[in-house]
Design a protein around this ligand. Structure first.
Ligand code: F6P
Ligand code: MG
Length: 478
């Protein structure tokens, strides 16, 4: 149930794995150490301070082992079920060292190992070492949040009260507008934290039509190398028209903060337009790849939206340091953001917006293993009309992070989740790692030849920066 194609490895100087292990990961651990230092400051509880010091020393040890290319050590028994699985794989890999180990496994192991340090304490068990960073990035996207909140409120109010999109007079126009909005919302979701506001949807049918031609949207659309959003829309729209009562869409989440905010925008649109009747969110269960969503990130985002004025007027220590002052929201802005709170919390209360954690999402292996090791989750995902996988890591896990030729069909590269799986998969991915599949012949070479693209080296540098994206679909049929 694993691919035979070799996986990217931290020993390969032409892979982003190489710099990741040597440069990025030590920095991430160092930032973690700083975070714990800050949190131990001002704690009265002596036991918690003592444990905080131990955590810092364990993190420092991990960083030392990584930088000195030591063996990855077995995870200690921290009481969780997944320890055995991680350690079994470590054995199978033949006690690898940090600088020569499959990228996917070792990066997952890194976050699992960090989490095991916290799990071994009494006072820090549920501490999120990355929480500070996640919240501050959300705060800095305030203009985009306000803009989206305003547009969302208009679209959703119209859909909920009049079952239409402003300006659409016939069923045909309504269908077309619904599709344009779907594509727009998904693209906003795709670009996540690098949102260009000129990308956003406008309200009336005429304005929506104009947007199709908008320069800004075209500009970023040309960076989407494969775009299967049309197929995904047809699927949801056909299910809606078939009269089927329960129609679920799942989103395997990626990052917290602004990205989660736009995931909620998409989810809310799917519900309001009737393209779905339930949206299931799949968060992570441990602090993961720095910014991934934990259940508590969902709760704190909703909480923030309930009282946005307080959130935006409170200054963090860093902001005070930088001499920032807070600018209050206007009453219209405040009201629009609170609308999101009401809309989403009522969908949540009515069971239309569900959060469903599973430790499978933080396992060390790829999603090729899903049918075999987590059959219940596989069955559950089959129930869904569409399972949307967000972000880079989910894409690496779908494709097993293997060295596929770039022209390999997406359906082949996702192995057991492809044809015959019964799962309708849609990957929304900005490229931040080597693996890319499903490209037309010659496309990889064409982009490699552009500035910074990697040139004649074997390295696929163009795929490392998040500038390019792929949106790929597999219908799961045999
Ligand atoms: O490429 C850098 C990286 O940290 C990868 O290790 C990882 O796959 C990815 O970015 C995380 O990005 P995302 O949040 O989009 O999954
Ligand atoms: Mg992430």
């Amino acid at each position: 149930y694993d691919t035979k194609t070799p996986q990217y490895n931290t020993s390969d100087p032409t892979s982003f794995a190489y710099t990741s292990a040597r440069e990025r990961w030590p920095v991430i651990i160092t930032q973690g150490i700083d975070d714990v230092h800050r949190s131990t400051h001002g704690i009265q509880d002596e036991e918690a301070v003592k444990e905080g010091k131990w955590i810092v020393s364990e993190l420092a040890r991990l960083k030392y082992e990584l930088q000195h290319d030591r063996e990855l050590t077995p995870l200690p028994d921290d009481g969780e079920r997944d320890v055995a699985e991680y350690n079994k794989e470590l054995e199978a890999l033949g006690k690898p060292k940090w600088h020569r180990v499959p990228w996917l496994y070792s990066e997952c192991y890194l976050y699992r190992r960090i989490s095991s340090i916290f799990k071994q304490t009494q006072k820090w068990k549920s501490y999120d070492i990355f929480a500070r960073q996640k919240m501050s990035t959300f705060k800095s996207s305030r203009p985009a949040v306000i803009e989206l909140a305003t547009r969302y409120k208009d679209i959703v109010t119209e859909l909920e009260s009049k079952h239409t999109i402003k300006g659409a007079k016939t069923q045909g126009e309504l269908d077309e507008a619904a599709k344009i909005l779907f594509v727009e919302m998904c693209e906003i979701c795709l670009w996540g934290n690098a949102t260009d506001l000129s990308l956003l949807t406008n309200l009336t049918y005429e304005e929506i039509q104009k947007l199709q031609g908008s320069e800004a949207r075209k500009a970023s659309e040309k960076n989407i190398l494969v775009n299967d959003l049309g197929k995904a829309f047809e699927l949801l729209s056909a299910a809606q028209k078939s009269g089927k009562k329960e129609r679920r869409v799942d989103i395997v989440l990626d990052n917290a903060g602004f990205e989660l905010f736009v995931d909620l925008i998409l989810a809310g649109y799917l519900l309001a337009s009737g393209l779905a009747t339930t949206v299931v969110f799949h968060p992570k269960s441990i602090p993961w790849f720095v910014s991934d969503v934990l259940p508590q990130d969902f709760a704190s985002l909703i909480h923030t939206l309930a009282d946005p004025q307080t959130f935006y007027s409170a200054l963090s220590e860093d902001e005070k340091h930088a001499g920032k002052t807070s600018v209050p929201l206007s009453s219209a802005e405040e009201e629009n953001i609170k609308f999101l709170f009401q809309n989403w919390s009522s969908a949540h209360a009515q069971g239309q917006l569900v959060l469903r954690p599973n430790t499978f999402w933080t396992a060390g292996g790829s999603f090729w293993r899903l049918p075999k090791i987590e059959p219940e989750l596989h069955e559950d995902l089959k129930e869904s009309e569409l399972v949307i996988f967000k972000g880079d890591l989910n894409y690496r896990k779908l494709t097993a992070d293997a060295e596929w030729p770039a022209t390999t069909p997406f359906t082949e590269a996702i192995g057991p989740l492809g044809p015959g799986s019964g799962v309708r998969v849609l990957a929304l991915r900005t490229c931040k790692a080597d693996v890319v599949v499903g490209l037309p012949e010659g496309e990889d070479e064409r982009i490699k030849a552009t500035k910074g693209g990697g040139g004649d080296s074997r390295a696929r540098k163009w795929a490392w920066s998040g500038k390019w994206a792929v949106v790929q679909f597999s219908d799961g049929k045999a």
